[in-house]
Write a protein that binds this ligand. Structure first.
Ligand code: PAF
Length: 301
């Protein structure tokens, strides 16, 4: 298959390198460079790093692609879709993968004809420098359709599974997206505010706050049609905290490096949906305010 990966962040590079073992992969990046070289450091310390060379930013290659993977931050989706849409054929499936929720309406509006799919992944990657990407954790990826034509591309889940397992198709992608959003609501703001690794949240000091966050998220998820109780969500969050204990969350890294965060698509999205159902979420609202203040503080410096 001919694939174009839009976005050259850690997760995009990881998927690009893994998919390039079976497919022709081309990148679409913000710097407009004609090529991209990535050194992939594998998860197992004993395995050798591989160097992957990609062509990049070639409009005819984008037009010719059999599938597009948009792997950018949630707040970059609008610009990324605006940049690529004039080059896309209307039948080309587009997979969008980011933390959080809330870009679905704009994707439908900007690409009204294309088969649209969403993916959520628990694969973890980190960029130690400009050229390298380190695969730092294995986790489940879910793929599902956003529109009717997207449903015809179920087989793409097999391609993703082959490249970077495990990946499965989900008939209602909103469910795994909500589950991931719940985990992000629990881990990301706290690790960004306290500038700590994910594993630090296993400390008793954070237990009550995590319980309160999960309690609010469970109420909103249930109102959205995905019934879940707070204990189940807390257990899910605890499991991810343990599995990613050595990692710095994406929001921690964004705040640390004075970059904008995905808070409006994580806790912010929760707050918007809570309001729509008349549910109050004071603990999450406070966390949203704290991250907004940190972003503002970083901006003013
Ligand atoms: O955003 C992140 O960093 C990740 O989604 C997660 C699951 C919180 C692990 O670090």
């Amino acid at each position: 298959m001919k694939l174009t990966v839009v976005g050259a962040g850690a997760v995009g590079r990881l998927w690009g390198c893994k998919l390039s073992l079976q497919h022709d992969v081309h990148f679409w990046t913000r710097d407009n460079a004609p090529s991209l070289t990535v050194q992939l450091n594998p998860l197992a310390a004993n395995d050798k790093s591989t160097i992957c060379h990609f062509s990049a930013n070639q409009p005819p290659v984008l037009t010719d692609a059999d599938c597009i993977l948009v792997i950018v931050k949630a707040f970059q989706v609008t610009q990324a879709l605006k940049d690529i849409r004039r080059h896309l054929r209307p039948e080309t499936p587009v997979i969008i993968m980011h933390n959080g929720m809330g870009s679905q309406d704009i994707a439908r509006k900007l690409l009204p004809k294309n088969p649209l799919l969403y993916a959520t992944t628990a694969q973890a990657a980190f960029r130690p420098d400009e050229q390298q990407v380190s695969h730092t954790g294995i986790g489940q990826t879910w793929l599902g359709a956003l529109n009717t034509t997207g449903k015809k591309h179920k087989a793409l889940a097999d391609e993703l599974d082959y490249a970077l397992p495990p990946c499965q198709w989900h008939d209602d992608i909103a469910y795994p997206l909500w589950q991931k959003l719940a985990i992000n609501c629990a881990i990301n703001p706290l690790t960004a505010i306290h500038q700590c690794r994910n594993g630090e949240l296993a400390n008793q000091n954070y237990s009550q706050q995590l319980t309160d966050i999960c309690h609010e998220v469970a109420q909103v998820m249930t109102a959205e049609g995905y019934p879940i109780n707070s204990d189940e969500l807390k257990q899910l969050a605890d499991k991810v905290i343990k599995a990613t204990s050595q990692n710095f969350s994406s929001m921690n890294q964004d705040i640390c490096q004075h970059r904008p965060t995905e808070i409006d698509y994580i806790t912010g999205y929760l707050i918007v949906r809570a309001k729509a159902h008349g549910i109050t979420v004071p603990v999450n609202t406070r966390l949203w305010q704290q991250i907004k203040q940190l972003e503002q503080h970083n901006n003013d410096q």
